[in-house]
Every structure is written in structure tokens, then in C-alpha cells.
Ligand binder design. Structure first.
Ligand code: GP9
Ligand code: MN
Length: 717
């Protein structure tokens, strides 16, 4: 301490010393915030290294600007002022984070109500004793000032040297950006989550990034008027596919349970992996659902995501509108646009309570903000579940069996009917890190690509997690009261890896084509309606954009009242044109246009010289696909639903909070008393948590790790 008292005035004697002192203090305070206040969710040395580095470049750049000033007073004033701004931004974020588990964005600042919710009256409550750490430097400064230890340097800093400092900080920032991009490719173009940006580039850079995004969104939005609704509404009414009488309303009033099957592709359904002459069925449970009479299964259902991946799939499933051509809709618009998503529609029309269960941080893909705009009552993210360890999770979150198991205590307190979505993660790239211990046993494939090799084992784990959850639904009786929808969000094996996958699915790596890449974009889509007997496998061509209208019609809700661009897949009027997000790319039962090439869908034959009539036919399809995307984009980027008056009352997103959700559920249960429809109440106020059982792979298959159910002998080959 004594040393510091001596050293500090000495260092601060020069202007550059003063700048570096401020920089060091800011850096230390940021690290304090990073590791005490924020949950940056960093994993491993590399990510931590980037986090420790990132406060320096921007702070040096900004505080260093003062060095250009000649006048002594102005120099010290400006340097301190910039430092204070940086500090104020850091500290407000630290406080805000305690309430919202997120960082302050431009739209938060502009929406004064939520700022005051975060930083107004309640703010005092959010202060902690430890916050004194943030103010230690001011105490030292006052002390030094009183002791007259502060001296100023009258000599202006060399112009060239000032420039060198600026250049150096910009170079440091580039290094920082480069390291961050290595850790997370496409960080800036895809966005992912505020946490990702902050932990990679720091708070000031996050503000710049967010400002730029907000500006772009604002520009499109402010140019749009109610007039723009006219062509969109026209498109939607012309494109509407009327319900199929046979299925309309068959699931009316039931709970809706969505199971998001991470990265699961349709080729896995009914697939058997051959290893050492033995066949291993990858998804035995999903296969049984696929072939059940109580399931509406689809064999030509395509993912339509782009860079927003999971978030694009969610956007389509919940709103029947596409993600963006660039980046993620949920990240860029999800938290601010007026939207009419499934939870809100079902709440208004059927009194549904809604929740999402997901074992990753709530800020990923900006879910915590988007879900409020979608009308989700509850969002049970990572913070509600068992603490994550190396054993029970990997970089994308908690393992699925544990996520399902931990969800039960919250699910059972939801009022029925409910709309609940479970987002799985274990079957996520790289497919090698999520399974350990007793879950290991399903064989790895034997190709040159490790990613492919691990995919089947994680898919099998996902399958047995889903089975465990279904067993629970059956044990509690929720099963008969629900309709359960399962969908794969997007490919798990990327096109560049497909040639290596080819031999496993009976294809040739050498002749592998873009047609085959296109066909592999199919994902499972199954609607389980317990009690129904006229299910089956439909070969209708469709995609994620069609899921909501399909569900609405099953629930007896006409979809044409909303700005949804998909079509009911059970409707005889369905056009069967699957528009992919990349322009000019589409799939129909007859033609496939993918990666700039045209094919016959049935045979895979490339059409290199189309005749006139083929050209005309293909052109008409191309136009239809582009009209669908155009209508969707107009709605999304123009925020057109804000102008819509279709009788659905506007939603007040600020009334939702995803903190203390169990308490909120219990309060409602208590208030309703004997009227409560939660499973817990219906079960005589007894918990059903014990009814969930998820045996591990080894418990199911014995410790040898060989499949006992479907193995066939190799001797006949
Ligand atoms: C993470 C998860 C993964 O929360 O949903 O998203 P993805 O990487 O598949 O887009
Ligand atoms: Mn995904």
C-alpha cells in the first residue's frame, strides 16, 4: 500500500502515465465485472484469454484520444471524462445485469420504461457492498488530492507519439477481433448473443455493434408505413391453404408440447448404422413414432434456415415468418418487433400458458428478449437447472436427459392447457463432447471425419431422452391431453462433410452432387396426436415455415387471420413449393433448384438444357418462392405487424419476467385454488418429479456397449 502511494504519483507525473493509469484501473474494474458480476460463460483458456485482453484496445483508443490535446487542463479533463464515461457504461451494465442477466442495448436505452425498470427505483436494491470495489480509485484519488500529491504534466504529448498510440490500439483491436473470430467464426455476421459479443470484444465494442444494428433496423422500420401491409395481406389471402376437414380441430384445447430435435436430419429416421457387421438402430423411439397411426409424419419436410440456424427454425415454427437473409432475426429484431407468435395467439384464443425449457444461457440467440415479444410466460433456461459441470454438459448447455428431468418441477406447475417447448442441445456439433460416462456405448461410425463418426451416438442419446420424456407424459396422463410436435431444426452434417457421409447412406463420395446435398436438408417433422388412429406418413413437400398454420388448423384455429406466410401441410390446397432462404433455391416434388443447378427431384437427374415449357414452369416456381420470401421480409424488416389490426390485442412484453418463475407459477396455483388446472394440482398436490426416469445407455444396453435389440449377424454376408 505504501509502495502504491509512492508509485502512483510518480507514474501519473507524465501525461502518458496518466493515460495508462486510467487504462489499468478501467481494465481491472472490467475484469472484476466480468468475473464477479457478469456470467460470460467462458470455457477454456483461450476464451478467458480473449476476455482478459478485450477491455484494453478500445479503452486505450478512447482515453488515448486525449493525448492529442495541448492544453493541460483540457487534456486532464478530457482523459478523465472519457474514463468516467467508460466506467459509467461498465457500472450501469453491472447493475442492469443483476436484474436482466443481459447487457444494456440501444433499444433498452430508448425504451425508457424498461430502463427505469432496471435502473430506476429498483436500482438501489441492486447495489451490493462489494460494489465499493468499483469506487476504490475515487477514494485513492481524493486521498492523493488532499495530500496534494497530484501533479500535472504541462508538456503536450508528442503528436507523432499520440498517433502511434492510436495506431497501436487499433492494431490491438484487430488482433482481438481476429482471435475472437477464430474462437467463433462469423461472430459479427451472425451475432449469436450479447454475451458472445461482450466476452469477445468488450462492452464499448458491444455498444458500437449494437448501435450499428439498431440503426440499420431503424432505417428499414421508419421507412415502412401501414400502406406496405396491403400487398402483404393480398399475398397471404391468395396463398392461404384452407384446412383439411378430416383434421381441422382434432387437437382442439389440448396442451401443445414442442420438442426441438437439435441438428437431427431425416436420413437418421429408420437408419441403421453398421459397425463390425452389426446393425445399430440410431433412433428406435423416434422411428416408432414415425410409423405410428397416432402420428402425422412427414417424409419431405425441409429445414429452411440460414445463418440464424436454431433461431431461424424457432422464428419459423413460432411465427410462420422466415429468418433474415443475413444474420439472425431473433438477434436483430426479435426483442423489438411487434410479433404475433404462437404463445400469444394461443393465450388469447385458448387461454394457454406458455414456457420454454432450454439448458443453455438465456441470452443465446437473444431468446430472453425475443420470447417476451412472442408472449412466452416463462423461460426456464440454464439458471433454473442443475449446475453445469464437465460431466453433465458441453459448450451448448446441459445434457438433454438432465434438462428434461429438471424441467418437470416447473412443467407440473403450469396451468393447462399449456404450450411448452423443449429445446434439446446434446446432438449439436461437434458431436464428440456431450456424452461421457454411462452414456457412452453407442458405436461410432468409421469415416475419416470425427464429426460424422460421433453424430449417431448423440442422435441416439437424443432419441432415448425423448423416449424418457414420453414415458413420463404417459405415466402422468399428460400424454392423452396433449399434442406433441417434434421437429429437427437444421442439418447436423454440413454439405462440405457430406461426401464423407455418402458411403454410410449407400451413396458414392465420388459422384456426390448438390442434388444430394439438397435432399439431405430434410428434417423430421412429426405431430403426435394420442388417440388419433388415422395418422400416417405424408409425402407432401413442405418446411418449417408451414408448421404453425398446420398446428393452428389442428387446434381449430383458422390461420388466415394472421400474417403468416406458410401453408397447412395437411391442406389439399398446399402448393408444395419449399423456398430456401438463399434466393433461387427451392424444392418441389418435380424440380429441385440448389446451388445454382436444376434437377428433377424424383430422379436427381440434372437439367442442363431445359426446354421452353420447363423453363416457364421453373420460372413460375422461382417467382412463387421469391414472393413468399419477399412478403416475409417486408413484414420482418418493416415491422409491419405493428400496423395490423386483426383483433388480436397487442402484447405488453414488459409484463414478462423470467426471474423467479417457479414462485410466479406457485402464486397462480395458490390463487386459483381448486380451480387450478396444473398437473400438480390435479395430482392431489403431489409432485410428479419422481415419475421421470431416464436410464443411461449402459443401463439400457448393458455395459458391453453392444446393441441387443436389432443386431444382425454378419455371418451371412
Ligand atoms: C444453443 C442452441 C444452438 O442454445 O440452441 O443453436 P445453433 O448453434 O444450433 O444455432
Ligand atoms: Mn440448432
Amino acid at each position: 500500500m505504501k509502495k502504491l502511494k509512492e508509485l502512483l504519483p510518480r507514474v501519473m507525473k507524465t501525461r502518458i502515465g496518466f493515460v495508462f493509469t486510467l487504462l489499468t484501473i478501467y481494465w481491472l474494474k472490467t475484469l472484476w465485472a466480468y468475473f464477479v458480476d457478469f456470467n460470460l460463460d467462458t470455457k477454456g483458456f483461450y476464451q478467458n484469454f480473449i476476455a482478459v485482453l478485450n477491455p484494453i484496445p478500445t479503452a486505450l483508443l478512447l482515453i488515448g484520444l486525449a493525448l492529442y490535446i495541448k492544453n493541460t487542463k483540457v487534456f486532464y479533463g478530457l482523459a478523465s471524462f472519457i474514463y468516467l464515461l467508460l466506467f459509467a457504461w461498465l457500472f450501469s451494465n453491472a447493475i442492469y445485469y443483476r436484474e436482466f442477466s443481459d447487457y444494456i442495448s440501444i433499444s433498452t436505452i430508448m425504451a425508457t420504461s424498461s430502463v427505469s425498470a432496471g435502473l430506476g427505483e429498483a436500482a438501489l436494491k441492486l447495489f451490493r457492498v462489494w460494489d465499493l470495489v468499483y469506487f476504490l480509485d475515487f477514494i485513492v484519488l481524493i486521498f492523493l488530492a488532499v495530500r496534494k500529491k497530484i501533479v500535472t504534466d504541462q508538456r503536450p504529448f508528442n503528436k507523432r507519439a499520440s498517433f502511434a498510440i492510436t495506431a497501436f490500439s487499433i492494431m490491438l483491436f484487430s488482433v482481438n477481433l481476429f482471435l475472437a473470430e477464430i474462437d467463433r467464426p462469423e461472430l459479427l455476421s451472425r451475432g449469436f448473443s450479447n454475451t458472445y459479443i461482450v466476452r469477445a470484444l468488450g462492452l464499448p465494442a458491444f455498444l458500437g455493434y449494437n448501435a450499428n444494428q439498431t440503426y440499420n433496423a431503424h432505417r428499414d422500420r421508419s421507412g415502412a408505413t401501414a400502406e406496405d401491409l396491403v400487398p402483404v395481406q393480398e399475398y397471404i389471402s391468395q396463398h392461404y391453404a384452407t384446412p383439411n376437414d378430416q383434421y381441422f380441430g382434432i387437437a382442439k384445447g389440448r396442451n401443445v408440447i414442442y420438442i426441438h430435435l437439435e441438428s437431427l436430419q431425416q436420413f437418421v429416421i429408420d437408419y441403421k448404422l453398421q459397425v463390425d457387421g452389426l446393425d445399430y438402430e440410431v433412433t428406435p423411439f423416434l422411428n416408432s413414432l414415425y410409423h405410428s397411426n397416432s402420428t402425422l409424419s412427414f417424409s419431405n419436410f425441409f429445414n429452411q434456415v440460414k445463418a440464424g440456424k436454431t433461431s431461424d427454425a424457432e422464428t419459423m415454427i413460432e411465427t410462420s415468418l422466415f429468418g433474415l437473409n443475413q444474420g439472425s432475426f431473433m438477434v436483430q429484431y426479435g426483442g423489438t418487433n411487434t410479433q404475433q407468435a404462437a404463445p400469444h395467439i394461443l393465450d388469447q384464443l385458448g387461454g394457454y400458458t406458455s414456457a420454454v425449457f432450454h439448458g443453455n444461457a438465456g441470452s443465446f440467440w437473444n431468446r430472453n428478449n425475443t420470447y417476451k415479444q412472442w408472449g412466452y410466460n416463462y423461460f426456464f433456461d440454464q439458471s433454473y437447472f442443475t449446475e453445469q459441470t464437465e460431466e453433465n454438459s458441453f459448450q451448448y448447455g446441459l445434457n438433454d436427459k438432465i434438462m428434461f428431468a429438471d424441467s418437470i418441477e416447473y412443467l407440473e406447475h403450469m396451468q393447462q392447457p399449456f404450450y411448452a417447448k423443449f429445446i434439446t442441445v446434446s446432438n449439436h456439433y461437434p458431436y464428440t463432447t456431450s456424452l461421457i460416462g454411462d452414456e457412452i456405448g453407442f458405436p461410432l461410425a468409421d469415416t475419416d471425419d470425427e464429426t460424422i463418426n460421433g453424430y449417431f451416438a448423440t442422435a441416439n442419446y437424443l432419441d432415448s431422452s425423448v423416449k424418457a420424456f414420453f414415458d413420463y407424459l404417459k405415466a402422468t396422463g399428460l400424454y392423452e391431453k396433449s399434442v406433441i410436435v417434434l421437429y429437427g431444426d437444421h442439418y447436423g452434417i454440413s454439405n462440405s462433410r457430406n461426401p464423407d457421409l455418402a458411403p454410410l447412406i449407400g451413396k458414392d463420395s465420388e459422384t456426390w452432387s448438390d442434388y444430394e446435398n439438397a435432399m439431405l436438408q430434410r428434417v423430421p417433422y412429426m405431430i403426435v396426436v394420442p388417440g388419433m388412429t388415422n395418422g400416417g406418413i405424408f409425402d407432401t413437400y413442405g418446411g418449417e415455415i408451414d408448421a404453425l398454420p398446420t398446428l393452428e388448423h389442428l387446434l381449430g384455429i383458422k390461420a388466415d387471420n394472421y400474417l403468416q406466410v406458410g401453408q397447412d401441410l395437411l391442406s389439399p390446397e398446399n402448393d408444395q413449393i419449399v423456398a430456401m432462404r438463399t434466393s433461387g433455391t427451392f424444392i418441389t416434388p418435380k424440380y429441385t433448384s440448389y446451388a445454382g443447378k436444376l434437377y428433377y427431384t424424383e430422379t436427381g437427374l440434372e437439367i442442363t438444357n431445359p426446354d421452353e415449357s420447363t423453363l416457364a414452369e421453373v420460372e413460375a416456381i422461382r417467382e412463387a418462392a421469391s414472393a413468399q420470401l419477399k412478403a416475409s421480409d417486408a413484414i420482418q424488416t418493416g415491422d409491419l405487424i405493428r400496423f395490423l389490426d386483426n383483433g388480436l390485442p397487442p402484447l405488453d412484453a414488459s409484463k414478462f419476467s423470467y426471474i423467479d418463475s417457479l414462485e410466479a407459477e406457485l402464486a397462480i396455483e395458490k390463487e386459483l385454488g381448486s380451480q387450478s388446472t396444473s398437473l400438480y394440482s390435479q395430482n392431489g398436490n403431489k409432485s410428479t418429479v419422481d415419475l421421470f426416469k431416464a436410464p443411461s445407455y449402459q443401463e439400457l444396453n448393458g455395459t458391453t456397449g453392444t446393441d441387443t435389440s436389432t443386431s444382425t449377424s454378419s455371418s451371412g454376408q
